[in-house]
Ligand binder design. Sequence first.
Ligand code: NAI
Length: 418
Amino acid sequence: MPTPPVALLLESIHPAADAILVAAGFRIDRTSGSLSGPALDQALERATVVGIRSKSALRASHFTRHRQLVAVGCFCIGTNQVDLTAAQHAGCAVFNSPFSNTRSVAEMTVAEAVCLCRRLFEKSTQLHAGQWDKSANHSHEIRGRTLGIIGYGHIGSQVSVLAEALGMRVIFHDVVRKLPLGNAQSRPTLDSLLREADCVTLHVPETPTTIGMIGAKQLALMKPGATLINNARGSVVDIDALAAALRAGRLAGAALDVFPIEPDSGGDEFASPLRECPTAILTPHIGGSTLEAQELIAQEVAEKLVHFWQHGSTETCVNLPQVDLPVLREGQLRILHVHHNVPGVLGAMHTLLAQARININAEYLQSNPTTSYVILDVEQFEDRQLLDGIASMPATIRMRTTSHAGAVIESDTRVELS
Ligand code: NAI
């Protein structure tokens, strides 16, 4: 009986991941918190794949010390807690889940559009302070009002659908031409959208063109009494300019989930001029934080890890060349070879196989400037020397084979690193 591969899951990853990994033959090793230092190294010693969220950092030394590590699953959006270049140099694939919390952010955005229109947070804060203000002044329905979406990508387009369902008129601006959903209409410039919308919501990534894209000049273009929502990235809005516009009553309110500087941990105090603005709804970067999103993330990343382990597929991988591979056929051996992108590697592999009279049934290749990933499907064979020969070619970074053993797909990592 071969020993089962181990999936080390840190930081209370949603249990939906376990079922998927166990069905693929993994043994699960779990911790509720993050690990660092010697404890992380000790846990990694047994791991074939490791699942982390945002708190566990995987640095170059981890990839050098734990050469058996085949893949990393970031059960979150970001991957900057992993040294992606070091992982690439070790031939270790890194996956994440960029879009599983799209719906959660979209729902929160629409909820905030309603709350801002009805001044619900102010009313609630007043009532907490004992003040009963039942007036309808400055309270509006969102029905018929215009929502301006900046960035019509995964989240922006979902917001568009939900907002229309509530009777809003939707306009959007994107730097890329996008198919408008429902009755939404695109606007050619940011300024034209700002002049027309009753509520502006931001759903752009952080790039050199979006940093500071909403400053004093843009806020001045917005309709008097309009509202602003930023659930995208903190650097997109000039907070001092926004606080001034709110204090002056130029904008009726704002909702912010992301900030230029966010506390590292729950113990650190949140500092912002917006704390003094009662018309600002402030939330601690929770737009994508729902149990539903956590479950979707667990399923998506676990499936990616399994697909990579069993079939070698690197589709959506963030650090290795992407290859979407078909399911391995029974009776086939798949050679998964990550190597430095230098001339002659494929030719050398072909020659070694041809000399052993082994026919290649299928071949897939993708490269980036430094690294190539080639996959060869051949009839099952037992020639260990041949595999060792391919694995020990000077350009090899990592080599692995997968094959059908009965109904189970086994991955052989005996010949894996040069
Ligand atoms: P996406 O990549 O699907 O869409 C972004 C859109 O913005 C694209 O259509 C792009 O063409 C457009 N864009 C880029 N630069 C632009 C510019 N200068 N002007 C107008 N449009 C521009 O991204 P997705 O998944 O919709 O995420 C949007 C934002 O939401 C990201 O910043 C992400 O970090 C943030 N986010 C926040 C979360 C939270 O917890 N608050 C959770 C998830 C995502």
